[in-house]
Design a protein around this ligand. Structure first.
Ligand SMILES: [Zn+2]
Length: 310
């Protein structure tokens, strides 16, 4: 066999292997996924709130799954957010943007990447939002900006605290400057929330990056994160090439970001409802049990101040 035939045969083999690999759709529709120990049934993972019981990895979840975890299964109401004019720049790269939107809607059963809901935790009415990474990488375009502003307005109108679970790569390039403008718009909306003295809690999930980190996500009164979530602006490789230094293993992960002071608390997914509920009770002075518990603790641990006779 001459070398040309050998190369052709190897090429055929590679083609065969590539053909046999499952497509993204096959993986999504399969009952199985994988983690540290190999294949794992999605059902088993779901029963553990999509957290691996062996390594503790917090797997990425959709908005509905997120709210099921936070409020309890279907224990919330999805709010319809406004959808502005689609594809204002008539964008086309390897695929038309309008087609990408259509595919993302079909895949996620959401109108845009951001979902806004209202529900209750600890007897407190909460307006909450989350981003679905499966909707064009969780990127923020005009519809997503509108949804966040709608959520904040809903919180102000109802005097609710606003809890947000960001996840995504940043601003959506298909909408270019219009997407960038959402950074300013959402920041101004958060300021309105603060003017109304309403708590704004952010819980970073894996991965949160780019314009999301650089705008509304970093403005929470308390910055919470799920364990080992990527929280970044620019990517690791870009930073390494710029500073020309070796970066630590856990660079830009929740634990590292907490050490640097950008994250206040790291909370396991199973504890999110309870801990965020307690934080909101304290901030709003609403749940009398928790408040009296805290004031008891304070009185027990504080020496009475004696007035000295003058
Ligand atoms: Zn694992």
């Amino acid at each position: 066999m001459n070398w040309i035939k050998k190369v052709l045969r190897i090429g055929e083999k590679i083609k065969k292997v590539l053909k046999e690999r499952p497509s993204k759709e096959d993986i999504a529709n399969s009952e199985w996924t994988s983690c540290c120990t190999g294949p794992i049934l999605k059902k088993d993972l779901e029963n553990n709130l999509w957290v691996c019981s062996s390594c503790g990895k917090h797997h990425r979840i959709s908005c509905r799954q997120r709210f099921d975890v936070f409020f309890g299964k279907n224990n919330y109401e999805i709010l319809k957010t406004p959808i502005p004019q689609e594809d204002p720049l008539d964008w086309e790269d390897s695929k038309k943007y309008i087609d990408r939107l259509r595919d993302a809607r079909k895949k996620t059963n959401q109108e845009c990447a951001v979902m806004i809901v209202r529900g209750q935790v600890n007897g407190i009415n909460i307006t909450a939002g989350a981003i679905n990474f499966d909707f064009i990488g969780g990127s923020i375009g005009c519809a997503e900006g509108e949804a966040i502003i709608y959520g904040i307005q809903h919180a102000i109108d109802n005097q609710n605290p606003f809890v947000f679970f960001p996840c995504g790569g940043g601003q959506r390039m298909h909408e270019s400057p219009i997407a960038l403008a959402q950074m300013t718009r959402t920041t101004l909306a958060v300021n309105e929330l603060k003017k109304n003295n309403l708590p704004y809690l952010v819980c970073f999930t894996d991965p949160t990056a780019g314009g999301i980190t650089a705008s509304f996500a970093m403005l929470g009164d308390i910055a919470i994160a799920e364990p080992n979530s990527l929280i970044a602006f620019a990517g690791r490789r870009v930073i390494q090439a710029t500073v020309k230094e070796d970066l630590p293993e856990n660079f830009q992960r929740s634990e590292y970001v907490q050490e640097c002071g950008f994250v206040d608390l790291i909370i396991q997914r199973k504890d999110l409802q309870e801990k965020i509920g307690s934080l909101l009770s304290i901030l709003l002075k609403k749940n009398s049990d928790i408040i009296s518990e805290i004031s008891n603790e304070i009185t027990e641990n504080t020496e009475p101040i004696r007035k000295e006779a003058s």
